[in-house]
Write a protein that binds this ligand. Structure first.
Ligand code: FES
Ligand SMILES: [Fe+2]
Length: 450
């Protein structure tokens, strides 16, 4: 009895020691995702200091065209100027704080506040005040809308609420050059869905920052995406950005076996005049054959930008993470943008944007492969409208539905007293980089000038 008791105690003590060792490896405690205090620190120290991708240039082509985007506690108004530039302002009237613009987008000559009628110019200047003589002298001449740093790059409008921030180019560093290889400004929007998801915004980007889950959560992709981490490239850059290169155009290898090619891969072969029968028993060869066909046939089919792309860029997924909240899966033919924004007052919720942009070659109608392996030919010329949907009311695409269900499951787990923090594999290093960067901001570090 005594010896049994001793043994049990000994094992318990040993167990406690190994738990201690394990606990030292654990990162990302649940409170990072559930605590209002942590969310407030992120807002004050990070969201208001980082460059944020908010608008799309092509959606405001003419002077006076504007877009409004919500981010956390703020609403940001971006407007095309008469000189062709874009400026951004806090969407707040400087008389007594009314929200200046209610619509998501539109075109105007002036902004008129609905409360007392103050009229604001496109450049943020105050143009007209009712009963101006009733205000102290000069008041109206001096008041302007509160302007925010704003730059355009890759077809998008980026803003930074920190007046002392570095330039966008400095902020993006090598990612600036990497993105320039792709014709992002010329791509057209084929999908734009926004929904509110019951998980913290970081769950969404943790997920897109690793491919560890792909073979398990997305079994449908193993026939055209090779998710083996040993064949995947992981790169991290200053300021929290990162890149993951996943080989595509061939199935995943599981042990000694290749997965079966999916109908998706066969569709790609047909699109590029390859016969799937020629690749029976050697699916690994499809990727290189696709690269050669795209190189040979692409430019004459209108895909002029292929000439600028490397072989791997012709077939593979370049999964960029642009800190703090853009996950962009870019291929030769399109870009799947995923953005999660923090909820105004609930760390357990986020606003999730699911956008897909694709090239539209001159003079040809070619199928476009949308997320979820949907192949479509969409009428040319205009962007699809932006839709707000209730989460769960319809599919966001199979892969995204799968991702979101896992993110929601995690959020539930993060609230559990039984969750002791995450254990990250080497291949999840981009998740670690993402969180280390958030911690750096909270500790008061500013983005590095590259
Ligand atoms: S609050 Fe806008 S005019 Fe008064
Ligand atoms: Fe996923």
């Amino acid at each position: 009895m005594n010896s049994t008791t001793k043994t049990t105690t000994g094992n318990a003590a040993k167990g406690a020691r190994s738990d201690e060792n394990l606990n030292q490896l654990r990162l990302l405690p649940g409170r990072r995702y559930t605590s209002s205090e942590f969310a407030a620190a992120e807002w004050e120290q990070m969201w208001t200091k980082a460059w944020l991708l908010l608008g799309r240039e092509s959606e405001m082509p003419e002077p006076g065209d504007y877009q409004v985007e919500e981010i956390g506690l703020e609403s940001i108004l971006m407007v095309r100027q008469k000189d062709g530039g874009v400026r951004a302002f806090y969407n707040v009237c400087q008389h007594r704080g009314n929200r200046l613009v209610g619509a998501e987008c539109g075109g105007v000559d002036h902004f008129v506040c609905a409360y007392h009628g103050w009229k604001w110019g496109l450049d943020g200047g105050l143009e007209w005040v009712k009963d101006a003589e009733d205000f102290p002298a000069d008041t109206c001449q001096k008041v302007r809308l509160a302007e925010i740093k704003c730059e355009t790059f890759a077809g998008f409008v980026w803003v930074n609420m920190d007046p002392d921030c570095c330039s966008l180019r400095e902020y993006l560093g090598p990612v600036w050059d990497l993105l320039q290889a792709f014709p992002l400004p010329d791509m057209r929007r084929y999908m734009a869905l926004t929904t509110r998801v019951p998980c913290n915004w970081k769950c969404v980007h943790d997920n897109f920052n690793e491919s560890y889950h792909v073979g398990v959560l997305h079994p449908q992709s193993s026939g055209h995406i090779d998710d083996n981490y040993k064949d995947t490239g992981f790169f991290t850059y200053n300021n929290g950005h990162s890149l993951m290169k996943m080989k595509s155009g061939r199935p995943a290898r599981r042990g000694d076996k290749w997965s079966e090619p999916t109908p998706m891969l066969e569709t790609l072969m047909h699109m590029w005049e390859l016969n799937p029968d020629d690749f029976k028993g050697r699916p690994a060869a499809v990727r290189e054959a696709l690269q050669q066909q795209k190189r040979k046939l692409g430019p004459s089919r209108g895909y002029k930008h292929y000439e600028q792309l490397s072989d791997e860029q012709l077939t593979d997924f370049m999964h960029f993470f642009i800190f703090p909240n853009i996950s962009a899966s870019i291929t030769a033919d399109g870009c799947h943008f995923l953005r999660a924004r923090p909820s105004r007052n609930d760390p357990g919720q986020c606003v999730f944007d699911n956008w897909f942009y694709a090239t539209e070659p001159e003079g040809v109608t070619t199928p476009v492969v949308l997320p979820g392996a949907i192949v479509t030919t969409v009428p040319r010329g205009t962007d699809v409208p932006h839709e707000f949907i209730e989460y769960g009311s319809r599919s966001l695409g199979l892969g995204i539905d799968q991702d979101m269900s896992a993110n929601i499951g995690q959020q539930l787990g993060f609230q559990s007293r039984g969750y002791k923090g995450g254990l990250l594999a080497g291949q999840e290093n981009r998740v670690r980089h993402f969180h280390d960067t958030i911690d750096g901001y909270i500790a008061g570090h500013k983005p590095v000038r590259a």
